[in-house]
Design a protein around this ligand. Structure first.
Ligand code: UT7
Length: 330
């Protein structure tokens, strides 16, 4: 068995900033309400002509591969987490493969576990690296939430932002102790209606009526998602700690999904984990779905907060309702 190491990280956020004040000109909301209920100040919005998911992912992945000291052709599998892809098919990973100039015919797949997608991808990549099937796997989380946002629905449009995060996972050949320790994934499909894009799939194709009623956009029951997020993420983190004989004091950094500062604070409180060791950037970028954790990890690793040898815990939740947590030595 091989140990899995995060060898490279990268991120991309579009240049275009949309502030809470900008949003208050579009819907009946205010900077005060959004800050108080979510901790979000602003979000980035992709240019649909160049910054669709594979376009944003390209910049993040290019950096992650370079930071891992690799060439694009060293990658033998791309796992691309995306909720609303470039196309329904072919998959977005194949579009990224071409953009990166990968000519080795590496395997490409998309996964859709919504905001938990990157964490789902990590567990899969770890299993394939551990067992020697792959040596270097690119796991990307990239989301163009502005494409499924209903800009007339104040209860959801204030929450989301666009962005990309990318991570290269490799067989650890450095003998430095970096390794995946444990992970846990879950889904409660009985609550899948609480966060859903109802129309546009095979079951309910787009019709003129759908467009007239603006049903091609996200719909959400915020409080159900909120309660489930806090409960499930804290439970998964506690399980990982318990079954590895660790306490919160052994965790150097907690990087939760960046959906809402209140969700992050409540989860940390339930875990009795100090907020000054929680990585947060939701104020600047809002909820970028499956891009949120890898982008936050890249920021914290680049600015020196997360260091090699430290023990780090990730936790995510999203539509499905999916959830997951990963514990690793960085
Ligand atoms: O990755 C998963 C993505 N989803 C989430 O993370 C969502 C999780 N849920 C949440 O973050 C919170 O439930 C929200 C931020 C969405 C809402 O916060 P809340 O504290 O649960 O508010 P609420 O839904 O209970 O609404 C309170 C009031 C309502 O008015 P009334 O009925 O009390 O008069 C809403 O109509 O706030 C109103 N409201 C707003 N007011 C100003 C809802 N959205 C807005 C808004 N601006 N943007």
């Amino acid at each position: 068995m091989f140990a899995t190491k995060i060898t490279g990280t990268g991120k991309f956020h579009p240049e275009k900033v949309m502030t809470n004040d900008d949003l208050s000109k579009m819907v009946d909301t205010s900077d005060e309400w959004i800050m108080q209920r979510t901790g979000i100040k602003e979000r980035r919005i992709a240019n649909p002509e160049t910054e669709y998911p594979s376009g944003m992912a390209f910049y993040a992945a290019q950096d992650a591969i370079k930071n891992a000291g690799l060439e694009p052709n060293d990658i033998s599998l791309i796992i691309f987490s995306v909720t609303l892809p470039d196309y329904l098919f072919p998959n977005t990973a194949s579009q990224l493969q071409t953009k990166l100039g990968i000519s080795n015919e590496c395997a490409c797949m998309d996964i859709n576990a919504a905001c938990t997608g990157w964490v789902y991808g990590l567990q899969m990549a770890d299993a394939l690296i551990k067992t020697g099937v792959h040596k270097h796997v690119l796991v990307v989380g990239t989301e163009m939430t502005s494409a499924f946002n209903n800009w007339e629905d104040r209860s959801s449009c204030v929450l989301f932002g666009d962005g990309a995060g990318a991570t290269v996972l490799s067989q650890n050949e450095d003998n430095d102790g970096a390794q995946f320790i444990d992970s846990i994934l879950s889904c409660d499909g009985t609550k899948s209606g609480s966060l859903i894009l109802k129309k546009g799939g095979s079951k309910s194709p787009i019709t003129h009526e759908v467009l007239d009623n603006k049903e091609q956009f996200v719909s959400m029951e915020g409080q159900i998602v909120f309660k489930n997020a806090v409960k499930t993420m804290s439970r998964h983190c506690a399980t990982l700690l318990k079954r590895n004989n660790l306490t919160t004091e052994d965790i150097d950094w907690f990087v939760p999904h960046q959906a809402n500062l209140r969700i992050i604070e409540t989860t940390a409180k339930l875990l009795e984990y100090p907020m000054d060791k929680v990585i947060c950037n939701v104020e600047k970028y809002a909820n970028t779905s499956s891009a949120s954790i890898p982008a936050a990890v890249h920021e914290a690793f680049t600015d020196g907060r997360i260091k090699r040898g430290q023990t780090v815990l990730f936790a995510a939740f999203g539509a499905g309702l999916t959830s997951g947590a990963v514990l690793l030595k960085f």
